[in-house]
Design a protein around this ligand. Sequence first.
Ligand SMILES: Nc1ncnc2c1ncn2[C@@H]1O[C@H](COP(=O)(O)OP(=O)(O)O)[C@@H](O)[C@H]1O
Ligand SMILES: Cc1ncsc1CCOP(=O)(O)O
Ligand SMILES: [Mg+2]
Length: 289
Amino acid sequence: MEEDKSSNTIEPQKEAQRNPLHWPKQAWTHFELVRQKSPLIQCITNFVSMDFMANTLLSSGASPAMIHSVEEIPEFTPKALGVCINAGTLTPDWLPGMKLAAQVANQSKKPWVLDPVAAGGSNFRLKACLELLALKPSVVRGNGSEILALFKGCVNSNSKGVDSVHGSSDAVEAAKSLAQQSGSVIAISGAVDYITDGDRVVCVHNGVPMLQKITASGCSVTALIAAFVAVDPSHAVEATASALAIFGVASEIGMDMARGPASLRTLLIDSLYGLDEATALGQVRINHL
Ligand SMILES: Nc1ncnc2c1ncn2[C@@H]1O[C@H](COP(=O)(O)OP(=O)(O)O)[C@@H](O)[C@H]1O
Ligand SMILES: Cc1ncsc1CCOP(=O)(O)O
Ligand SMILES: [Mg+2]
């Protein structure tokens, strides 16, 4: 978003105070850029999420490719505008491909985003996620428990696997420290989403609780973050907040007609596809902590 660089990078808090539509307009501009540029997003993701993630990206205007074979990565990854790496159904044979894709994305100067699914669930998973974090993702998006596990560097004896046993607000200080240590933007999802570069903390208030009852909603919003960061890589905090807000707004619209998680899943995809500027500007709720 070249046109708004100064307000994004110099005094974004003041700009947001002066203009209540600052964040909603930014979220809409990012979404329009995704629709215009249709970025190719390579996803190395879990078996549960592949369909919903691909449909989330497609309905938002991006172009998903679920390509994970290590043989293809040197040739294919440079063609992608962004990469999403997800640890959901991790096995030792998938890890080399994930690491190679991260390295090739870095060499190609393309952003990549990490989803450390269930990072506190086992030592194998935690070690793998920390090794991926060391390869410097542009953004890490996890729930409260996942971000706390990465920060503490130890497994959680109370882990509920892919579901969080913490609120997102429990992990804000950990996320700030983790961002400072790693150099990655850290996003914690939950009732409020928090996005931090270790200095600023941006809060997104969109979304509906029923998203927790749709498997792979977190995975899919991480892929959407990859698409938004791909079209504005120099503003990863803003692009991440925009993606979380647009996904949340689409869920709010879907919720008006949903009869339960199954219909919400479908309506969310339709709402992303049909979202218009007036609705986005009226519903996006983002502020600074
Ligand atoms: N209580 C809630 N209220 C509103 N939105 C929520 C709530 N919990 C999660 N979300 C939204 O659901 C999506 C997935 O987040 P989350 O459930 O935290 O991820 P994960 O599935 O990885 O645990 C995010 O867009 C987040 O904003
Ligand atoms: C249920 C499940 N098991 C391994 S990955 C996965 C999907 C997790 O998706 P999300 O983190 O978006 O809830
Ligand atoms: Mg998750």
